[in-house]
Design a protein around this ligand. Structure first.
Ligand SMILES: [Zn+2]
Ligand SMILES: [Zn+2]
Length: 140
């Protein structure tokens, strides 16, 4: 039986499990993620919504309009403010999970940086990763 992946917010009110392995991390350097994370970037893993189960609490939602014009729902803990995940209104079948909320570090690897055009100058971007000046190309 595979090990259960668990995570949650800082105060512990929101808890979740992920039923499939997570491997790849995408760092987003867009200005909205900088504000929302209070940091240089947000670090995310894209997982099927069906793989994520909330076992405690209900995240609050901030409906953001991304630079692309797309609606991006940003979910966070209403008590401690931890960002938990975001979701494109267009693709509710996928969740963009903030991997800093995982309990264990896991076997994750940062493979891609997006919106590097707006990366803060003090951020170090590994040249070995895939990089995109704006959003990553849409898979067809
Ligand atoms: Zn919390
Ligand atoms: Zn972003």
């Amino acid at each position: 039986m595979p090990e259960q992946i668990t995570g949650g917010c800082l105060c512990g009110k929101i808890r979740y499990t992920v039923s499939q392995p997570i491997q790849n991390i995408i760092a987003c350097h867009c200005t909205h993620c900088q504000k929302a994370s209070g940091s240089g970037a947000s670090y995310n893993a894209v997982v099927p919504s069906s793989a994520v189960t909330f076992t405690s609490g209900q995240p609050k939602c901030f409906e953001d309009t991304a630079q692309s014009g797309n609606i991006l729902k940003r979910y966070f803990c209403g008590d401690c403010g931890s960002p938990i995940y975001s979701q494109r209104a267009k693709t509710p079948e996928m969740i963009v999970l903030k991997i800093g909320t995982l309990d264990a570090p896991g076997e994750l690897k940062l493979v891609m940086n997006i919106w590097t055009n707006s990366a803060r100058p003090w951020m170090t971007i590994d040249p070995a990763t895939e990089r995109h000046p704006e959003n990553r190309p849409v898979k067809t």
